[in-house]
Write a protein that binds this ligand. Structure first.
Ligand SMILES: *[C@@H]1O[C@H](CO)[C@@H](O)[C@H](O)[C@H]1NC(C)=O
Ligand SMILES: *[C@@H]1O[C@H](CO)[C@@H](O)[C@H](O)[C@H]1NC(C)=O
Ligand SMILES: *[C@@H]1O[C@H](CO)[C@@H](O)[C@H](O)[C@H]1NC(C)=O
Length: 813
């Protein structure tokens, strides 16, 4: 692009000046003029180049030029204004404002803390080693119920909202702690801290309301979004032993725990020798004139004997007459009403009782669902991005993101390709929520038609990400799974979509076109009809097989020596699939679908597909590239030159050649099948189905493993520190897509329909059974499952796409 544009300019400009020069009579002056002209020309070219370069540099963080999809936000989203939008916390409520008032809960056992034990709970951390936690009912809008098993304690956290006034209404959270084993009587004390804080640059204020005795009775303040508000604390059951508060300045939302820890101290209680850990009261720093700075953080602590229960009431100043406070019995009534509504809707939509599932399985499915919808967050900030035209990372524009997250503990932020899977579940439950999520993601599209893969917005989100993963490169893709969501919505509720959301869909369409175009141009392969994931490192000697993070299947083995000859079968299938969905969308929106239908037919043509990706040696679909299987991680024999030199490097013992990468049979080989591109009567379909059931390849009693046992890189570390990830373990998103394909081929007339049906039944049962068993054993849904014993592995709870187990149970594809 750089080349073609500057070439275009050069000849035109030159000719003009040369022609002009030739008409001059005197040779000398012609010469002078010519020189001047050339100089002028050079200056112009330099200026043009810098202008153009500047233009290229800014493309990466310039928003896509069309009307934004998110047209209402903040208060206008009424029923979605307040929510448990801080999924990385055990419990934290905030509003959908760029700078919000946030609130959160922490707790600890005083005796542990005094002995230096790690018992402080705030962010969901795997290191907390909780036996179990998660939302077991949550509707994404009005209420949620969570249980946390912390050692010998059971902590219940529930909240319910109540509309009223002009600023998002009220809500109340009830927090209770009881012994897990009711026979154990004396469990000592627990301290709960509830805080509210203003995010950076919020306009508004916060203050402690102190009652008699200088004791905190609540917190109050004002923000633009909320107007005047007030929090109050209400003990419900049990005895409060100590009550203290803190009002101060916290340097950032990523540091509120540190702010608390710095302000805990030991104090004797009035009239007794007992020392307790208390919050430090007024700790407002003084400014240069000796005046107290404005606080942005207010916390209250209650220490009580277990069992104990208390409520936090949030009341909006704009609710004029509050006949009944949302507390005690009223809280129970409001919560139970929402719970009943939730449970009725759950059965109406997913029909698990009707399908004959037992109570414990239904409970699990509800939990899988609630943990996904309850982990929707609202983030605001600017990501860090880089393009080939920028020397270093630059900030993206500031933007909000309303999205679910893959894992509250490990990935509490938005991920592009995960979200397309989440969308299947969320749209089944509530189309408004899902379209809101899609709108936010597509508003993150830049002028190139690119959407960043991982969105790290705000200091809290950033604090959870290792440095090396922060910058998003605009040359890099991620599977366009939102096309899965859109196709699913078209399949299941096309008329609702078109009747109620036509305008939105019509606004979305140009962005989808740009997105498709971005994939179809930036990720093309060297040969017509081929595609290649960008972003593989062709220079590294540390990785056994250079990762393809962009494909979503990180360390799944590809060609050993990345180069431009590579062609990736999964990417080709994603684009074929996307073209089909685009054609369908164009039709329903009355745009011309011709280009997309053509591309879809071209890419789905089985002859061409087979020519490019069918390895006749292995009789399977495969990537193609410069490849050898003869690679190994070894300790370097030469003396270590520098302290940063790796302990292990890759040793290649045979020259790579251009060939099919057909030794890595696994998920990638299945893509023509799982995206339903293989013709129903193709003998290749028969072969894929046969391979699916072979236990030396992918079949296990717990689901399909990601890489065949026979593959040379099966369960191999990629570096000495990177354990196998997509090299054996069972992943639920791909198993879901496989079931979806089996379901399709078993319901499409063809010679292999019966075979597909049989495999469908067995695979479905295996996955459901194992995920339930593992939940029973461990209390969690996991990122992936071991292929030998079915054990949960990786991060947990992982109620992102692993929650698709619900869709598998409900048979919604
Ligand atoms: C927590 O919830 C469980 C199950 O609903 C209940 O048995 C228990 O009594 C509750 N505990 C408290 C302290 O609310
Ligand atoms: C996708 O790219 C190919 C060229 O690589 C082109 O022929 C085709 O028209 C493109 N499809 C669309 C829908 O733009
Ligand atoms: C889970 O455990 C419960 C009780 O401990 C048992 O009734 C149920 O059958 C178990 N379910 C599975 C799938 O293991």
């Amino acid at each position: 692009m750089v080349k073609s544009k500057s070439h275009e300019r050069t000849p035109k400009a030159k000719n003009k000046h040369l022609n002009h020069a030739c008409h001059k009579k005197e040779a000398e002056s012609t010469k002078m003029n010519l020189m001047n002209s050339v100089l002028t020309l050079i200056c112009m070219l330099v200026a043009a180049w810098f202008g153009y370069k500047g233009y290229l540099e800014t493309r990466v963080n310039t928003p896509f030029d069309s009307e934004k999809l998110v047209s209402i936000n903040g208060l206008d989203t009424a029923d979605r204004y307040w929510g448990s939008y801080r999924p990385g916390l055990y419990f934290g409520m905030k509003t959908r404002d760029p700078q919000s008032l946030v609130s959160g809960l922490m707790w600890y056992r005083p005796h542990n803390l005094r002995q230096g034990g790690e018992s402080f709970r705030h962010w969901c951390e795997q290191g907390d080693k909780l036996d179990k936690y998660g939302w077991f009912e949550h509707d994404g809008k009005t209420f949620g119920i969570q249980q946390v098993y912390d050692g010998d304690l059971l902590i219940n956290i529930s909240y319910v909202k109540k509309p009223g006034g002009r600023h998002g209404g009220d809500w109340t959270a009830r927090i209770g702690v009881s012994p897990r084993n009711s026979k154990i009587k004396d469990l000592g004390e627990i301290s709960f801290i509830f805080y509210s804080a203003l995010e950076d640059k919020s306009t508004g204020n916060i203050k402690a309301s102190l009652g008699a005795d200088n004791r905190l009775s609540g917190m109050e303040g004002y923000t633009d979004g909320l107007g005047a508000y007030r929090f109050s604390m209400n003990p419900i059951k049990g005895t409060v032993e100590e009550h203290s508060f803190l009002i101060t300045v916290t340097p950032g939302l990523n540091l509120v725990k540190e702010t608390i820890l710095q302000n805990l101290r030991l104090a004797s209680q009035k009239g007794s020798n007992i020392k307790r850990i208390v919050l430090g009261g007024d700790q407002l720093p003084l400014d240069s004139e000796g005046k107290k700075t404005d606080p942005n953080f207010c916390a209250t602590q209650v220490t009580a004997k277990i069992p104990f229960e208390f409520e936090v009431l949030f009341e909006s100043g704009s609710v004029p007459l509050r006949k009944e406070k949302l507390t005690g019995k009223n809280f129970d009534i409001a919560l139970n009403e929402q719970r009943k509504r939730f449970n009725d809707k759950f059965e109406r939509i997913f029909k698990l009782k009707e399908k004959g599932f037992k109570e414990d399985a239904i409970e699990y499915a509800k939990l899988a669902f609630s943990n996904l919808i309850g982990s929707i967050g609202y983030f605001y900030g600017s990501a860090q991005v880089q393009s080939v035209y920028t020397k270093s990372p630059v900030p993206y524009w500031k933007a909000p993101l309303y999205t679910a997250v893959p894992s509250r503990s490990f990935f509490p932020r938005g991920f592009l390709w995960d979200e397309g899977f989440h969308g299947l579940i969320i749209s089944t439950w509530d189309l408004d929520i899902e379209l809101d999520i899609i709108s936010h993601w597509f508003d993150l599209m830049n002028s190139e038609g690119w959407i960043p893969r991982e969105m790290i917005l705000g200091s809290e989100a950033l604090a959870k990400v290792p440095e090396e993963f922060v910058t998003q490169l605009s040359s890099n893709a991620n599977p366009p799974t939102f096309f899965l969501t859109l196709e699913y919505i078209l399949n299941t509720r096309e008329s609702e979509l078109l009747d109620r959301h036509y305008k939105l869909l019509d606004k979305l369409y140009p962005r989808l076109q740009a997105w498709f175009e971005w994939f179809n141009t930036t990720q093309v392969g060297d040969m017509p009809g081929t595609y290649r994931w960008r972003g593989r490192d062709s220079l590294t000697n540390r990785e056994l097989n250079p990762k393809t993070l962009t494909s979503g299947l990180d360390d799944y083995p590809r060609a050993s020596h990345p180069n431009i000859d590579e062609r990736h079968v999964d990417l080709r299938c994603w684009i074929a699939f996307a073209a089909g969905v685009m054609a369908r969308l164009a039709n329903v929106l009355h745009h011309s679908s011709e280009k997309y239908s053509e591309t879809s037919h071209y890419l789905k043509d089985n002859n061409l597909l087979n020519n490019l990706h069918w390895s006749s040696a292995s009789q399977s679909y495969a990537d193609y590239g410069l490849h050898t299987d003869k690679v190994e991680l070894k300790r370097p024999t030469a003396p270590i030159r520098s302290p940063t030199a790796p302990d292990f490097i890759r040793v290649v013992s045979e020259d790579p050649v251009l060939r099919y990468v057909d030794s890595s049979f696994g998920y990638v080989s299945l893509f023509p099948f799982i995206l339903q591109i293989i013709d129903p009567d193709s003998p290749h379909l028969d072969k894929v189905l046969q391979d699916l059931t072979k236990s030396e390849l992918l079949w296990t009693k717990f689901g399909l493993r990601s890489l065949a046992k026979t593959s040379p890189l099966y369960l191999k570390y990629n570096t000495e520190h990177d354990p196998p990830y997509w090299r054996g373990p069972i992943w639920i998103n791909i198993n879901y897509l496989t079931l979806r394909a089996l379901n399709y081929y078993s319901n499409t007339p063809g010679p292999y329909a019966v075979k597909a049906k049989k495999i469908y039944k067995e695979l479905r049962e295996n996955i459901i059974k194992n995920m339930l068993t593992q939940y029973n054993k461990t209390g969690f849904t996991w990122e992936n499952y071991g292929d030998s014993n079915g054990e949960g592995k990786g991060s947990h709870p992982f109620n992102g796409w692993s929650s698709l187990v619900l869709m598998i149970m409900a048979e919604l594809y």
